[in-house]
Each structure stands twice: as C-alpha cells, then as structure tokens.
Design a protein around this ligand. Sequence first.
Ligand code: KIV
Length: 285
Amino acid sequence: MSTVPQTPTKRLTVRDLARKGGTPQVWLTAYSAPTARALDAHVDAILVGDSMGMTFYGMESTLAVTLDMMVAHGGAVVRASRRACVVVDLPFATYQSSPAEAFKSAARIMAETGCAAVKLEGGVEMAETIAFLVTRGIPVVGHVGLTPQSVNTFGGFRTQGRSSAEAKKVMDDAKAVAKAGAFAIVIEKTLEPLSRAITKAVPVPTIGIGASPACDGQVLVLDDLTGLFDLFLPKFVKRYAELGREMNKAVAAYAADVRAGKFPTMEHCFTADGAAKGKKSKTTK
Ligand code: KIV
C-alpha cells in the first residue's frame, strides 16, 4: 500500500495555515517546478524562500536576491503545485524603505506568480508595513529571530535570544508582527525555551526552523534535508537523503561510460526506420 497521501485538487489557503495548534504544519522550501511537484502532496505550504540565493545561486548571503528571481522561481512553483499553499519571500531592499514600496513589491509577486501570500523579515519595525499590506489584501507571514537579510547587523548567522535583552526583543517582535495581522510567523534559529514561550504568547501559528518542537509547524530548506546543499550542515537540519552524493555518483558513472565508449549504445540512437534499437522510451521516437 502506498504511503503517499492522496492529492486533493483543492489548494490549501492561508485560512488553513492560520490555524493554531493541532497536528504540526509541514512547510518546506522549493524553488523549481520538479521540486514543487515532489513536495506538493506531502506538505501544507511551500515557501519559495530567498535562501535560494545561497543554496541555488551559490551566493554568500540572501542579500543579492532580486524581485525578478523571486517572480521567476515563485511562478515555477505555483505552476507545478496543486495542493500546497505557496508563500513567496520578499527579497532584501524591496520592502524595508516604506509600506508603499512593500505593497508594490508584494503586489507584483502575487500578481505574477499566483502565490497566496508573501513572507517578510523583521519585527516591531515592520509592523506598520505588515498592517498596510494585510489591510490591502496581501496575506503576510512574519519572520523573527535570526532574520538572514540582517546578517551584517547580527555579525553572522547567530542564534538569537541568548541574552535577556535579545530574548525580550524577539518576543516583542513576534507579538508586534502578530498584532499587525501576519497570519503566521516563522521563528528562525532562536533558543528553544524562547521559541516555546513565543508560541504560547502569540495567537497565530509559529513555524519553527531551529526553534522548538512546540512550534505550530516546522519548515526546512529542501536542499538541506535532501543533501543537495552539502557545503555545511546547520545543527537544526535533519538529513533525510544524500542526493548531492547520489548525483555525484551518477555523474561519475556517466563520465566513465562516455570515456570508455560505453555510452551511448545503439539503444540510445535513432535509426532510419524510426525505432530506437533495444529498449523503447515513451518520450522519444
Ligand atoms: O528563505 C528561506 O528559505 C526561509 C526559511 C529558512 C524559513 O526564510
């Protein structure tokens, strides 16, 4: 018997994701059509995260990710999924300067990708912007704790909430984001007891990454859990596969075959009578 859940045709909405408590919500990142197809039946939400700057584009941070990149990857994910609710990140410097700038960027992402919501980083200082977007029809996911777009201010990808002042700030940020109307809040790389306390304190679901099992849901970067990104392994990641290593093995085998004259064989060649010799493929004639 298959363990793969049936794929209903109805897509989950932000109202489904706005529920607090119960079975933990499952969120994962995807940036492409094939990965979105692989995830779709298994997750509640697909986050087209600006982590793509590091995992997909090989950048050192997320700061150089552009609106055009988010639109291109967000559109691919929406087209390839049917069930999961798709949330797309607002990239750095496309929303921080004013609520009007944020609206313009978010509206473009929503209109051009067909996603259901946007996510933006920041706490108290972004509350006015979140309220501005939400009251104008743009559902928002907040993101507090370690906010990677502020890596230069933090002086690295540091765990948040170690001092009492820092813990108070993350708590105040989460409360402000919830009060402003975000329907869910990602808590990233923040001490476990603090993430647990925030989850109790806010009326909207918290989605943890390096946070706490007490969060209302969990999110990971797909490339981390599948081993496609293998430059380093954050402590909060559990590896479920080693696809990077598998791909390496497959490419090495292909290279060896080509060099040894073992690929292609006649089975992969086209002949005048139109039939490939040997094994038939459905897609090639
Ligand atoms: O960009 C991203 O993938 C994210 C997750 C790490 C939550 O924001």
